[in-house]
Design a protein around this ligand. Structure first.
Ligand code: PMP
Length: 378
């Protein structure tokens, strides 16, 4: 009998835990309507221009995409004011994060550094690649201690991951602090790349000017030991199409293209992403709804006695009052057709995360949470 003799590191691997899907909750509880506030997707759906592009491009699905996705690369380079040679697109930003680990770290020899907790794909893919993953605990208030993070870096370290705004807390460090970390690494660890994951950067602040204060991409002059990673899954409303991208040092971008599977951004995903970038109405409405919804959820949850952490993203991390059980809350909401995220897979068993939905979805969630806290199950 074949014994599936996978590598030691894979035997101990815990899979990434995604937010529960609408279909599985509908089926499990026999519900017709489900509100999903678990994976920080766009509450407005797929951008109308992207939907049209998908319909228009449907008949081209039998063709391979153009190698290197040059039209999308060009559009992104223009958007961020960087050279096309520095842009790489991938099958979600997950693919690019994984690619960077595989390209830069030799198993058994090199290490990577990230916070604990952090977006779980970094340590999981590190483990898949068989490299040492060093974790720095976040401060008590979920802010980032960069001196401590840099303290874990030595001559074996090839990658440091920072998420800004952070997942799952929503904390966003000032840009100057991240730049100072990059400068420190450039001096003390010249072979180490700082990966700044800006998946949620579009949502930072209360107006469009804020992004320039927080994003390392603002201004178009990135430190040369930094990669910024972004995604079409959030503000651009295309999580299911799987498109992400990075702005990288030019030579590294070239290696990414060589190592990336040739057609990982498929022909429909590329068309949808290009059209989404043109959909300024959808983009503005997404930001408006998210900023208002963030306030609505915070106020509502605080009125119910929850502890809500400050968030610059399209989700809020919170704890229930009076030590009420987070797992029980998730279960009760699920029965009512509302999916939020338990954070036990982030080693935060009493914390929860809720994505910002539409005004109506947020109100339904708040009412159900209020009922749970008062012991009403209906
Ligand atoms: N980075 C962070 C911080 C995320 O939260 C996510 C998605 N949850 C990703 C990257 C991955 O996004 P994508 O859908 O582009 O793979």
């Amino acid at each position: 009998m074949y014994a599936s003799p996978v590598r030691e590191a894979i035997r101990g691997l815990k899979a990434y835990v995604p937010g529960l899907s609408i279909a599985e909750i509908q089926e499990k509880y026999g519900l017709s309507q489900v509100i999903k506030l678990a994976s920080n997707e766009n509450p407005l759906g797929t951008p109308p221009l992207a939907q049209q592009a998908l319909r228009d491009a449907a008949a081209t699905a039998f063709r391979y995409p153009q190698g290197g996705n040059p039209r999308l690369v060009k559009a992104l380079a223009r958007r961020h004011g960087v050279s096309e040679a520095r842009v790489v697109v991938g099958n979600g930003s997950d693919e690019i994060l994984d690619l960077l680990i595989r390209l830069l770290l030799t198993p058994g020899r090199h290490s990577m550094v990230c916070f604990a907790p952090c977006f779980s794909i970094y340590p999981i893919q590190g483990q898949v690649c068989g490299v040492e993953v060093r974790r720095q605990p976040l401060r008590q208030d979920f802010s980032h201690d960069y001196a401590a993070l840099a303290g874990l870096v030595d001559e074996s370290t090839r990658l440091v991951f920072v998420t800004t705004p952070d997942n799952p807390s929503g904390y966003c460090p000032p840009r100057a602090e991240v730049e100072a970390l990059a400068a420190h690494l450039a001096k003390t660890a010249p072979d180490c790349l700082l990966v700044v994951d800006e998946a949620y950067m579009d949502f930072v602040g209360d107006d469009d000017a804020a992004e320039a204060q927080y994003s390392l991409l603002a201004g178009g002059c990135l430190p040369d030991n930094v990669a910024v990673v972004r995604t079409f899954s959030k503000v651009w409303g295309l999580a299911g199409m799987r498109v992400g991208y990075a702005v990288l040092p030019e030579a590294l971008a070239g290696y990414c293209w060589r190592a990336r599977l040739p057609f990982s951004v498929n022909i429909l995903a590329e068309e949808a992403a290009l059209a989404a970038l043109e959909d300024t109405v959808f983009h503005e409405e997404t930001l408006r709804v998210t900023r208002l919804g963030r306030v609505q959820l915070r106020q509502g949850m605080e009125e119910l006695g929850c502890t809500v952490w400050p968030s610059a993203a399209n989700f809020l991390m919170f704890q229930l009052p009076g030590g009420k059980d987070a797992g029980a809350c998730v279960d009760v909401l699920l029965r009512r057709g509302i999916i939020i995220r338990a954070l036990k897979s982030y080693d935060l068993p009493q914390h929860l995360r809720v994505s910002v939905g539409t005004e109506e979805e947020n109100a339904v969630f708040l009412a159900a949470l209020g009922d749970f806290l008062q012991g009403k199950q209906a």
